[in-house]
Ligand binder design. Structure first.
Ligand SMILES: [Zn+2]
Length: 75
């Protein structure tokens, strides 16, 4: 299956990024599930999408969590 044939331009709409990598995403039609699936351009896996600013928020929260964990271990 050639994904390129199914690439749809999401870039004209909202700036969506993949939840896994924060990378560009495209959609493919999955005949098994009879619906469109979003594919991460970075790891070529099915992925959830976030708006760009939502992804930034998630990343900021993860970094905050990691810093919290580090502080917990260090003290
Ligand atoms: Zn990914």
């Amino acid at each position: 299956m050639d994904y390129d044939n199914y690439k749809l331009s999401l870039e004209d709409n909202e700036p969506y990024v993949s939840q896994c990598c924060g990378s560009e995403v495209y959609e493919v039609y999955d005949s098994k599930y009879e619906e469109y699936k979003t594919i991460c351009d970075e790891c070529n896996s099915y992925c959830d999408i976030l708006l760009d600013y939502e992804y930034q928020q998630v990343m900021a929260e993860q970094i905050a969590d990691e810093m919290y964990e580090e502080n917990k271990f260090n003290n």
